[in-house]
Design a binder for this molecule. Structure first.
Ligand code: 8YV
Length: 326
């Protein structure tokens, strides 16, 4: 008999095919999150699960799943996991780093370019039939991207991929991070480590790439935004909650900063409706990693993590190594 696993929501058929060679699968083939009570009920007889960011794996969910050995997230972020509770239950937790770096970095650049050059507002204006003719003093002046200063807060794998792309725009790249990059990484990114204050003060485009945790909650709030240039653009491709949305909305309303490109929000998908009235913000629905190739690679990596964990091997992307003996 094959071990029983849960796949909490719809993935690609090839992922199910791959998993089915090893497991008996309880598959929620709808692309809608299971309600917490149904998630707990369906975990109750499982040894493993492929989970998504919408699945909260906490003490309550774990209590109903005494046989669970591994939960494998299809995401690099894992703030849907209560890691302390998962580790206390002796369950392995994994994520999908690496395979989404380039796609997410591309999305960061799409937001940066769109915000800096006001592409979305201009597109809407044309569609609305408001374009009466070319003007030297048009309504759509943006900010130069080339030769500007790109700041990156959180210089992990995705941050470095964002930085490397700046070379083509001949930008100056500065970053702030818990620790300094290795010399060869700094060289590849052509990036200089600065204090958080300098990063806020100097960046023309500030890209946020921090994971969400209580320590990073509202890392960008009113006090931080006040230190930014009035011509600066803020790009959040990481997690809602690292930015205080209320403070950002006020800054965008008062033009304390020039613009923002946001893929993630506090309480998404229930955005603060004040965003909708602003023409200096570009909004996307948490699509950072959303290409078919990348989402497939993420789901396959999660599947490989689960296969390794349930075969008694150390999964390649274990995020709570204390469970596997360090
Ligand atoms: C995904 C993400 O778009 O990996 C993450 O942490 O936020 C994104 O890659 C999505 O959340 C996948 O579940």
């Amino acid at each position: 008999m094959k071990p029983k696993i849960l796949v909490t929501r719809s993935v690609f058929p090839e992922v199910i095919e791959h998993l089915s060679q090893h497991f008996e699968i309880d598959y929620n083939d709808q692309d809608v999150a299971l309600p917490a009570d149904e998630l707990a009920a369906r975990l109750s007889d499982k040894v493993g699960a492929i989970t998504m960011l919408s699945d909260r794996i906490d003490e309550a969910a774990l209590r109903s799943a005494p046989n669970l050995k591994a939960v494998c997230n299809v995401a690099v972020g894992h703030n849907n996991f209560d890691l302390a509770a998962i580790s206390a239950a002796g369950v392995m937790a994994t994520n999908t780093p690496g395979v989404l770096n380039d796609t997410t970095a591309d999305t960061a650049w799409a937001l940066l370019l769109a915000s800096g050059r006001r592409i979305v507002g201009a597109d809407k204006w044309v569609r609305d039939g408001q374009w009466q003719g070319w003007k030297f003093h048009d309504d759509w002046r943006g900010h130069d991207i080339h030769h500007a200063t790109l700041g990156i807060l959180g210089m992990g794998r995705i941050g470095q991929a964002v930085a490397r792309r700046a070379a083509g725009f001949e930008m100056r790249v500065i970053y702030h991070n818990r620790s300094r990059l290795a010399p060869e990484q700094e060289q590849a990114c052509q990036a200089t480590l600065v204090s958080k204050e300098e990063l806020l003060r100097e960046s023309d485009f500030l890209v946020l790439l921090l994971p969400y945790s209580p320590a990073t909650h509202h890392v960008i709030g009113a006090a931080e935004i006040a230190q930014m240039k009035p011509t600066a653009h803020l790009i959040n491709i990481a997690r809602g909650g690292i930015v205080d949305d209320g403070a950002l909305i006020e800054a965008l309303q008062n033009k304390t900063i020039a613009g923002a490109g946001l893929d993630v929000f506090e309480n998404e998908p229930a955005l603060d409706a004040r965003y909708f009235a602003l023409d200096n913000v570009v909004l996307t629905p948490h699509i950072g990693s959303s290409t078919r190739a990348t989402r497939l690679a993420m789901a396959m990596l999660a599947a490989d993590n689960l296969i390794a964990a349930l075969a008694g091997r150390r999964p390649p992307n274990l995020v709570n190594p204390e469970v596997a003996g360090g």
